[in-house]
Design a protein around this ligand. Structure first.
Ligand code: ADP
Ligand code: MG
Length: 283
């Protein structure tokens, strides 16, 4: 896994609207953001709607270009790398699964699009997403895999490993419509982690769920994150999610980080009035 470092990051967008096109100032969405997320840490980024959370996540993912500053993932500066080369997995609000694909194929989807696995037979040539646990495997493959190509065998091993981790290995043949809401969430997480990413980026993944499922899934996500030890940045506008899920919480308002602290510190010693009121600390 990897640490993530954001250094003095700025993002502005061109001015909006017809009349502003000539004289309007650029919209400064993020200002002087500094963040260090430790290897394996669960960092929650919280703040009101429109404060710049998604933009920050999209910059880290490489879906937007930075206006100024640096982003490091592990020991690599990633500013100029495309999303695919950043070793990240991103989970969005919708959590959409492919309705016509089985659970197996939904999880395998991201792996099938990997370039050129045809020659990846020997351990040192295996792609990184296979993970260390599969390198040097000597025991025979399950019988059901005998008729698959070498490439499909590697893929099937990985899908089965991920499905076991998420306790959905009994559901691999089902279609999404045959799953409960919680099971669908797990499949979506499985698809995201199948490539063994270094960093997990989640943008309000629970906001479309009803209250009960949201509470359940909250603890599932934390449990899975702990189990995998995967460095995670989790965006939400929900104080309860922030307080119950994060190792630390970064509070963002109007593009500026107000405070970064563990939940209890934030609650007991808010750095300013905004943080206190947003978190709901006693006055
Ligand atoms: P949040 O996720 O915290 O709700 P966003 O990061 O989505 O906030 O948006 C922050 C601000 O940046 C908003 O004012 C939004 O209108 C603006 N913004 C986001 N993306 C763009 C864009 N592509 N072009 C112009 N403005 C944008
Ligand atoms: Mg957002």
């Amino acid at each position: 896994m990897a640490q993530v470092i954001v250094e003095n990051l700025y993002k502005s967008f061109p001015p909006q609207g017809k009349n502003q096109a000539k004289e309007g100032a650029p919209v400064n969405v993020l200002k002087a953001i500094n963040l260090e997320i430790a290897d394996g840490e669960f960092m929650v980024l919280v703040g009101p709607s429109g404060c710049g959370k998604s933009t920050l996540l999209r910059l880290i993912a490489g879906l937007e270009t930075v206006t100024g500053g640096q982003i490091y993932i592990g020991d690599r500066r990633v500013n100029d790398l495309p999303p695919k080369a950043r070793d990240i997995a991103m989970v969005f609000q919708s959590y959409a699964l492919y309705p016509h694909l089985s659970v197996y194929d939904n999880i395998a989807f991201g792996l099938r699009r990997m370039p050129d696995r045809e020659n990846s037979q020997t351990a040192d040539k295996l792609p990184r997403w296979v993970g260390d646990s599969l390198r040097g495997i000597t025991k025979p493959l399950p019988k059901s895999l005998h008729y698959l190509s070498a490439q499909e065998k590697v893929l099937a091993q990985r899908v089965s490993q991920v499905a076991q981790q998420l306790q959905i290995d009994h559901l691999l043949d089902r279609l999404p419509k045959q799953l409960s809401g919680g099971q669908k969430q797990r499949v979506a997480l499985g698809r995201a982690i199948a490539r063994n990413p270094q960093v997990f980026l989640m943008d309000e993944p629970l906001s479309n769920l009803d209250a009960k499922l949201r509470a359940e899934t909250r603890s599932q996500i934390v449990q899975i994150q702990r189990q995998l030890g995967i460095t995670t940045i989790y965006v939400t506008h929900d104080q309860t999610e922030a307080m119950t899920m994060g190792d630390r919480i970064a509070v963002l308002n109007q593009g500026v980080i107000q405070q970064i602290a563990p939940p209890l510190t934030l609650y007991n010693q808010p750095a300013n009035r905004f943080v206190g009121e947003f978190i709901g600390s006693p006055p």
